[in-house]
Design a protein around this ligand. Structure first.
Ligand code: HEC
Length: 276
């Protein structure tokens, strides 16, 4: 009985000793010595489009699934609808061994087939105001890839869509899109705005009733009313003399009829410009 007990104890110690031996090898790493290599081909997206693709494949193990930018793993290494950028493809074998590679897609910049329209809107010069160079052109290009920049007469490209302080004349504007594709429209004519009906009525009145005494060779009281701009610049004096009779009426023989005087008042109230 005592011997049997000793034998059991000894066997137990032996078993215990075997099962806990510190010299046991660690559990085998299924990826030890396995190198997963990812290769692939790319197709770049068109300018500004998300139609690029990566076709990746892996070697060094088997049963691969693939992930792009740490997304969900999928059975195929084909990724489509990609825009320009750098992507990381991870391949994982059925045993869980991984490898990765980066792929960079760049836009295919080609201006073939890109037709940019400049589309200018012209504001002509208003005569007889300061500054005299007060015309402008605003532009809104289309047909390319926004944002656009614009150049006047070959000058620096700017993102502002209008050119101001222009004299009457002929201009060209180039529009350049985000991919560097550009188009130029020449023969953009900034004209002088035509005179308005209220001014025309006053001008006729002045020519009929005033210019005989107020012209370049005989500028009574120092006032020449023979040009459009001289009428504009003297408008307050014209109103004082010909509407209010202050300090004495003009023409010298007496005030014009009320409906004629009203033409002066209406024009000045509308702004007193050539274009009113
Ligand atoms: C027959 C000649 C004659 C006609 C026509 C005439 N003027 Fe005069 N005007 C004068 C003379 C002379 C003076 C200078 C004496 C004075 O100021 O009263 C003068 C002065 C002026 C002045 C400058 C003085 C000021 O007050 O600023 C204005 C402006 C003027 N006239 C406006 C007119 C207008 C507008 C008409 C037409 C609706 C007109 N005149 C028609 C002879 C004329």
């Amino acid at each position: 009985m005592k011997n049997t007990y000793s034998l059991l104890l000894l066997s137990g110690l032996l078993l215990f000793g075997f099962s806990c031996s510190k010299n046991d090898p660690p559990p085998a790493d299924p990826c030890a010595g396995v190198t997963v290599t990812v290769t692939g081909s790319t197709m770049n997206p068109a300018a500004g489009a998300a139609n690029g693709s990566i076709n990746a494949s892996a070697s060094g193990a088997s049963g691969f699934t693939y992930s792009i930018n740490n997304g969900t793993f999928q059975g195929s290494g084909q990724f489509t609808n990609l825009s320009a950028g750098t992507y990381t493809i991870i391949a994982k074998s059925s045993a869980g061994c991984t490898g990765s590679a980066n792929f960079t897609l760049t836009n295919v910049v080609t201006c073939n087939g890109v037709t940019i329209s400049v589309n200018p809107t012209i504001n002509g010069v208003t005569p007889c105001v300061t500054p005299s160079a007060n015309g402008s052109i605003s532009v809104a290009a289309s047909g390319g890839t926004a944002p656009y920049t614009y150049s006047l007469n070959g000058g620096t490209f700017q993102s502002v869509t209008s050119f101001a302080n222009l004299n009457a004349g002929t201009y060209s504007i180039a529009a350049r899109d985000a991919n560097g594709c550009s188009a130029t429209q020449g023969s953009i004519v900034v004209g002088t705005r035509s005179s308005g009906p209220l001014f025309n009525a006053v001008k006729t009145l002045v020519q009929t009733n005033c210019v005989s005494c107020h012209n370049s060779s005989s500028a009574s009281g120092g006032v020449n009313l023979s040009t459009d701009c001289s009428i504009v610049s003297a408008k307050e004096r014209i109103r004082a003399r010909a509407v209010d009779g202050n300090p004495s009426p003009m023409p010298t023989g007496g005030l014009l009829p009320a409906n004629e005087r009203q033409k002066i008042t209406d024009w000045i109230n509308a702004g007193g410009r050539v274009t009113d």
